[in-house]
Design a protein around this ligand. Structure first.
Ligand code: GTP
Ligand code: MG
Length: 283
């Protein structure tokens, strides 16, 4: 039986930990069991119950305090993640061998982890070896996406993660509840945008001829990969959260192998036809 994993990734502060706690609560309300593993060795605040925490293995503070290493916060984090990659058996032990489990991995926000460092790809390979179907959930803060050149930069980061991880990816715009009604209207065109229209953006910031040419080349590339869709995520909107979850479930084929539960057969003797008949007459 397959197992399911969401790798929750994205730039610092984009809402990864909040996404995880919102999803756990949503799953609970649907009677589904979803668990979270914290993979951020520098995490201090999160409000979901953790199944496992990378800080049991290694902590950034300890690495930074080590006189022989002398790392700052970012170098320290990279060191921790490399240490984690050399100790995947810690994760294997923690995960055990449970059929049908559904795990969210709350990852750190350093973007280099998803663009050129090998750690996250190594994690994906390991999870796949352990029969997980893995989906990347790339989060970007909607407040940084309301202008076309910022949007293109966000898409490039998402594309870079998708190419380096080689797994299905769902892109999400977070913190939609913080947008003004005007900005909400404005952002609609970025959720499923036409990159060729975006090329014709005549805003002042794209004035230089060379810059325009470069923007056109990038828009063409993004369009070639056809991966410019974003789903809006508003943590206060249950219906919207459900749509996001359905997209993710679809991309990892969650539920296709679940056993069909037969309805409990009613015992003939348990049926009291007189009561049923009486009910029908009353109604
Ligand atoms: N209003 C609102 N605030 C949000 C939402 N998502 C996140 N935030 C806030 O944004 C800040 C950062 O959120 P986190 O969930 O910690 O972001 P993160 O991506 O885990 O951050 P790092 O782990 O540091 O990279 C917190 O103050 C959250 O309360 C959202 O959907 N709506
Ligand atoms: Mg976090």
């Amino acid at each position: 039986m397959p197992r399911y994993a969401q790798l929750v990734i994205g730039p610092a502060g984009s809402g990864k930990s909040t996404y995880c706690s919102t999803m756990v609560q949503h799953a609970e309300s649907m009677n589904r069991s979803v668990q979270v593993i914290n993979l951020d060795p520098a995490a201090e605040h999160f409000d979901y119950p953790v199944m496992a925490d990378i800080r049991e293995l290694i902590q950034v503070d300890d690495v930074m305090e080590d006189d022989s290493l002398r790392f700052g916060p970012n170098g320290g984090l990279v060191f921790c993640m490399e240490y984690f990659a050399n100790n995947f058996d810690w994760l294997e032990e923690t995960l055990g061998h449970v059929d049908d489990d559904y795990i969210l991995f709350d990852c750190p926000g350093q973007i280099e982890l998803y663009t050129h460092l090998p750690v996250m790809k190594q994690l994906v390979d390991k999870l796949q070896q352990w029969e997980f179907r893995v989906c990347g959930i790339f989060l970007v803060d909607s407040q940084f996406m309301v202008e076309s050149f910022k949007f293109i930069s966000g898409v490039m980061a998402a594309l870079s993660a998708m190419i380096s991880l080689e797994i299905p990816q769902v892109n999400i715009m977070t913190k939609m509840d913080l947008l003004s009604p005007k900005a909400k209207k404005e952002i609609e065109k970025y959720l499923d945008p036409d990159m060729y229209l975006m090329m014709d953006d005549n805003s002042d910031s794209i004035r230089s001829k060379k810059f325009k040419k470069l923007t056109q080349a990038i828009c063409g590339l993004i369009d070639d990969y056809s991966m410019v869709r974003f789903l809006p995520f508003d943590r206060t909107d249950e219906e919207g959260i459900n749509i996001v979850l359905q997209h993710i479930d679809f991309s990892i084929q969650y539920g296709e192998d679940l056993e069909v539960k037969e309805p409990k057969e009613l015992d003939e003797e348990e049926l009291n036809y007189d009561d049923i008949f009486q009910c029908k007459l009353d109604s």
